[in-house]
Design a binder for this molecule. Sequence first.
Ligand code: FAD
Length: 157
Amino acid sequence: MKTIVCTENERMEEILRACRICFVGMADTDGVPYVLPMNFGYQDGVLYLHSAQEGRSIETLGRNPRVCIAFCPSAELVAQHDEVACSYRMRSESVLCWGKVEFVEDFEKKVEALDILMRQYSGRAFTYGAPAVRNVKIWRVEIEEMSGKAFGVPYKA
Ligand SMILES: Cc1cc2nc3c(=O)[nH]c(=O)nc-3n(C[C@H](O)[C@H](O)[C@H](O)COP(=O)(O)OP(=O)(O)OC[C@H]3O[C@@H](n4cnc5c(N)ncnc54)[C@H](O)[C@@H]3O)c2cc1C
């Protein structure tokens, strides 16, 4: 089985959209990494995330806004020979996105981001109370670089 590098943006977007969560990697200025599972929305090359107004992630991003976000929809254990340990693989796909977090402060733009997030999970539209919109922190990450790989692909495929 082999690993294939995926270069088509459309395929990478499909992998992103198939995910329910992502893993947001941050790096503090002392080099200490911090990775959080989070929900997300994706539209037109931009990732949207939401959080509380305060916390370690907000402090870390205040010092260094650069992130690397990992996506992996699911993974299936496969083997070419049941008795051969090194023939076992995870059949799966994953995408990594790099960019910088900008916090969205404009009320209408926050609502747009919440719509993108909620539509991705529920497929429907919502209205939001003004205090809820004011209290939520919206993260906007324009994707600067993206890479994709498919793992455990059969040689015949
Ligand atoms: C499937 C899933 C989806 C999530 N989606 C979101 C989302 O969309 N938005 C959102 O804001 N949060 C989400 N969370 C929670 C998120 O992972 C963080 O816990 C949360 O954002 C608080 O982060 P913080 O840096 O403000 O933590 P703080 O409250 O400042 O954390 C204090 C300390 O708690 C520990 N800690 C924080 N988070 C975690 C964690 N996830 N696991 C283990 N230890 C932790 C760390 O040691 C940290 O230093 C999700 C969690 C899961 C499991």
